[in-house]
Design a protein around this ligand. Structure first.
Ligand SMILES: C[S@@+](CC[C@H](N)C(=O)[O-])C[C@H]1O[C@@H](n2cnc3c(N)ncnc32)[C@H](O)[C@@H]1O
Length: 272
């Protein structure tokens, strides 16, 4: 192995342990409620909040379109989406880099009396045989792992020929980046902190998931076309979440005018 490759792998491994630490302490969704983690009220509130602020999920993902099929969710977090697939009759498997998420997913499914295979695993090296699943789903995850392409190659490997993927990655060509990054730069300069070009955009994208989030990336459609080029019938849908800090009118304008073409979330739906 080349020396430069060894250095890169070591720094990726270090970064990944920071990613694991961050998400283990802040499982996705817990930031929107003060309820006790793992209580029924907590799970209900996480679910209510998710589909109120992301009302398009059910239509785009079609949770009930996979009865009897094997569905893998990579980076399942609290398992809210995985639960919808299970309620729709799918045989579900969830993996996440963090033990805390896996613990909460198991608890959630137990409360619901539904079956799940949940385990700690790394998207870049999945513990499954080739062609294992009918569908692979991942929402807002693969841009948090150091080697996103390696994770996409793993998705391809574990998916059955003819199987489907639904994956959401952050969209670089978005209002969130075009407007937010300059405003972020201005705020930094006003606070007399340096604001250096490209790094600033990277920081702005990273802190979307919290100041302490160690890694967040965003991709253009062209980049996603290349990264997912092994998959057939690639289609894309762009959306944005309801923003809690924005006034209602701004959210309505964003939802109707901007989100469908320059929202921050781009789904790819494709087949192997
Ligand atoms: C923004 S949260 C999204 C969670 C969930 N999909 C959701 O939408 O609520 C990102 C999740 O990705 C997980 N993650 C990050 N890197 C990962 C990796 N290499 N393998 C598996 N999961 C990973 C984190 O632990 C975290 O649960």
């Amino acid at each position: 192995m080349l020396y430069s490759q060894v250095i890169k792998e070591n720094s990726d491994a270090q970064l990944k342990s920071q990613v694991r630490e961050y998400w283990d302490a802040h499982p996705c969704g817990t930031q929107f409620t003060d309820l006790e983690w793992g209580s029924r009220e907590f799970f209900d509130e996480v679910e209510r909040f998710r589909y109120t602020t992301q009302p398009f999920m059910k239509e785009i993902v079609g949770f009930d379109r996979f009865p009897g099929k094997s569905v893998l969710e990579i980076g399942c977090g609290l398992g809210t989406d995985l639960l919808q697939f299970a309620r729709g009759g799918a045989k579900v498997t969830g993996v996440d880099l963090t033990p805390k998420s896996v613990e909460l997913v198991k608890k959630r499914f137990e409360m619901e009396g539904l079956k799940v295979e949940a385990q700690v695993a790394d998207a870049e090296s999945l513990p499954f045989k080739d062609d294992s699943f009918d569908m692979v789903y991942s929402f807002g995850v693969l841009h948090h792992t150091p080697n996103t392409q390696k994770a996409i190659d793993e998705v391809y490997r574990v998916l059955e020929p003819g199987g489907r993927i639904i994956i959401m990655l952050y969209n670089r060509t978005s209002l969130h980046v075009w407007l937010g990054a300059p405003l972020f730069a201005a705020a930094r300069l006003a606070g007399k902190k340096s604001a250096d070009g490209q790094k600033l955009v990277e920081s702005w994208i990273r802190i979307y998931d919290g100041d302490g989030n160690p890694l967040g990336k965003a991709y253009s459609r062209g980049e996603m076309e290349q990264m997912f080029s092994k998959f057939r019938n690639r289609r894309y849908i762009v959306r944005d979440s309801y923003r809690r800090r924005w006034p209602r009118l701004a959210n309505a304008i964003n939802k109707n005018l901007f989100a469908p073409w320059c929202g921050f979330w781009r789904f790819i739906i494709a087949e192997k």
